[in-house]
Design a binder for this molecule. Sequence first.
Ligand code: SAM
Length: 248
Amino acid sequence: AGVLYVVATPIGNLGDITDRARKLLSEVDLIAAEDTRETLKLLRHLGIAAKLVAYHEHNEETMSARLASDLEGGAKIALVSDAGTPLISDPGYRLVSAARARGLTVVPVPGVSALTCALSASGLPSDRFLFLGFPPRGASQRRALLESVADEPGTLVFYESGKRVMATLADVRDTLGADRRSVIARELTKRFEIFLTGHPGELIAQLEADAAQRLGELVLLVEGRQACSGSEDRVELERVLRVLCDAL
Ligand code: SAM
């Protein structure tokens, strides 16, 4: 049987493609790409002439079945998205799960993801984190999501667009508190890469003052619920329990 390679590609800096990814992309029978035009640019840069097929959120179901049959027939297929690691807020889950369900071999070919890239250089705790992908666009759903993770001690990581980040930061301030350290990681691996840091209100002010910072793609990271406030709660709970026990 064939092999499905899940291949990470750069998120801006083309130098971030790995030797292994480059070699595999030139060797496989087929490359399933989220947007064939985007992947063609990369392949041209790498000097690779490859057979491309479109695999995106609108044809995932039919293409997954087709590609899984090709794999069963012995094809070697690489799955790529426009940028970064497939399946991380990108298509691919259906294909990988269909391949696994049929007992086929799925091989990760790791590389960049905006998620790990941002977290690794943000300065926020990285030992524990919760990746939430793109927050809902509707304000009430977004607030509900934030409220559901208000007690999470790990760093919260979101993908967001420059257009919506101010509204999301305002919701972070209003639902999680005004004092959560936050980071915006923009234009990662690119020429104008920048990390903006501050409390949500400070970040909003920075974005208001400089419209250029509201352009492009970014990762928003928000400190988790601080350990100290958690232990303060525990101390308070124990005190109340002692009072109640004494009263009984
Ligand atoms: N699969 C990709 C990955 O592994 O990072 C993510 C794909 S998702 C559709 C696109 C989002 O990733 C953007 O809206 C942004 O939040 C983030 N992103 C991608 N490239 C980025 C970059 N160069 N700088 C900052 N954020 C980026």
